[in-house]
Design a protein around this ligand. Structure first.
Ligand code: HEM
Length: 401
């Protein structure tokens, strides 16, 4: 199914954020709306919502790389999910907090986990491909990232389902509460508490019986974090480390199903997998937007912006900016340059970018290697239920082995 062909005019007033996420159509295809805004209002003030929207690439990068003028506090004030985590801190506090775990996500460190990820993918595929029916999200993309981050943290294998359910609820959007934003925030608060309790059990266990994993190592190094700060950090790694990557893997398979020519090229040249993943990040960015708060009066793309204004940076729109990317709505693995901002930019650039890339590359490569052909099944796709994440919940396909 192709969700974004056509270039019809859209009345932006009818489809302002976040209403658009209340409908299946918009959740599956926000790109028509982005295109319209990129053409018309690359940086604009949303009167109804009372915040700035940034769609253009240059302005997006300007905001993300200037924490003095654009504070990440916005992400902590927006709700309980990211409050008191590195994501909602500014330098120098942010630099210090990020520094306590950065070493575990360096590319060389991530490489150490590759063999385990390959083994996990093979196990998942062995199990799922056996009965002839395959759903790339339910059988593979949903499970792999949570298993991987649990492995890295040192959370036992039988616990992954519990943590996955918690993080699914934590990032769910207003559809889950019938549009009731207060109920949504309450559910999030309960989920964050419950996840804190579950992680606390793991901390206690690691204090008693340390092993060679992230939690044990962080405890041993004792960075002077309080128990609460530690739990918030682990909660962020757990949540950020799985739902986003689920969508990257799902979006990669979804996009290849829509582009059989690219799938064939990949079969002939598996070394293209990295390029495919990179282009999926640009073309169907798993994280659609992030937010900042202005700290002073400033100018952005010629607009005067007051202090204490919320700014929404539409990463996914910037990644389709025609001023930066040739034929931005075309899926072209290997395009040069491909300087997308799917992982953000500046001091908060995704800590798990190497890990996400590695997981997605292994998953896509193994799926291609272990199957002769794939084709779409004619079943409606359900969008991933979240305001800021983009992907599908189901991806049934026919595969020949
Ligand atoms: C495809 C998968 C992923 C995408 C698209 C993604 C995207 C992002 C983006 C856009 C940001 C920056 C947000 C901002 O500037 O406000 C971010 C930050 C972050 N990501 Fe990821 N992420 C992914 C996977 C992961 C994984 C696997 C981890 C593993 C732990 C992770 C951990 C983090 C952390 C800790 C931060 C906060 C960094 C900071 O504040 O300094 N992410 N991610």
């Amino acid at each position: 199914m192709s969700t974004e062909e056509g270039d019809e005019e859209v009345d932006a007033d009818e489809v302002e954020f976040p209403d658009r996420f209340h409908t299946r159509e918009f959740a599956l295809d926000p790109y028509t709306w982005y295109r319209e805004n990129l053409r018309r209002d690359r940086v604009s003030y949303d009167e109804r919502g009372g915040y700035w929207n940034v769609f253009g690439y240059d302005a997006a990068v300007e905001v993300l790389t200037d924490p003095d003028r654009y504070s990440s506090r916005a992400l902590g004030e927006g709700g309980v999910l990211f409050e008191h985590t590195m994501l909602s801190m500014d330098p120098p506090e942010h630099t210090e907090r990020r520094g306590t775990v950065a070493e575990y996500f360096h590319p060389q460190e991530v490489d150490e986990h590759k063999a385990t990820v390959e083994r996990r993918v093979d196990e998942l595929l062995d199990e799922a491909l056996e009965d002839g029916e395959f759903d790339a999200v339910a059988d593979l993309a949903y499970k792999l990232p949570i298993m991987t981050i649990c492995d890295i943290l040192g959370v036992p294998r039988d616990e992954w389902r519990r943590f996955k359910q918690l993080s699914d609820t934590a990032v769910a959007g207003p559809i889950s509460t019938g549009g009731d934003v207060e109920a949504l925030e309450e559910t999030r608060q309960q989920t964050v508490l419950e996840s804190g309790r579950a992680l606390h059990e793991q901390l206690m266990r690691k204090r008693e019986e340390p092993e060679d994993d992230l939690i044990s190592n962080v405890l041993e190094k004792d960075h002077g974090l309080s128990e609460y700060e530690l739990l918030r950090m682990l909660g962020l790694l757990m949540a950020a480390g799985n739902v986003t990557t689920t969508n990257l893997i799902g979006n990669a398979v979804w996009t290849l199903l829509e582009h059989p020519d690219e799938l064939e090229k990949l079969r002939d040249n598996p070394e293209r997998t990295g390029d495919v993943v990179e282009e999926v990040l640009r073309y169907r960015s798993p994280v659609q937007f992030t937010g900042r708060l202005t700290t002073e009066e400033t100018t952005l793309a010629g607009e005067n912006v007051d202090p204490d204004e919320h700014v929404i940076v539409w990463l996914a729109a910037a990644n389709r900016d025609p001023e930066i990317f040739d034929e931005p709505d075309e899926f072209e693995p290997g395009r040069e340059p491909n300087n997308h901002i799917a992982f953000g930019r500046g001091p908060h650039t995704c800590l798990g970018a190497s890990l996400a890339r590695m997981e997605a590359e292994v998953a896509v490569r193994r799926l291609v290697e272990q199957t002769e052909s794939w084709s779409k099944v004619d079943e409606p796709l359900q969008p991933f239920e979240s305001t800021f994440l983009y992907g599908v919940q189901n991806l049934p396909m026919e595969v020949e082995l």
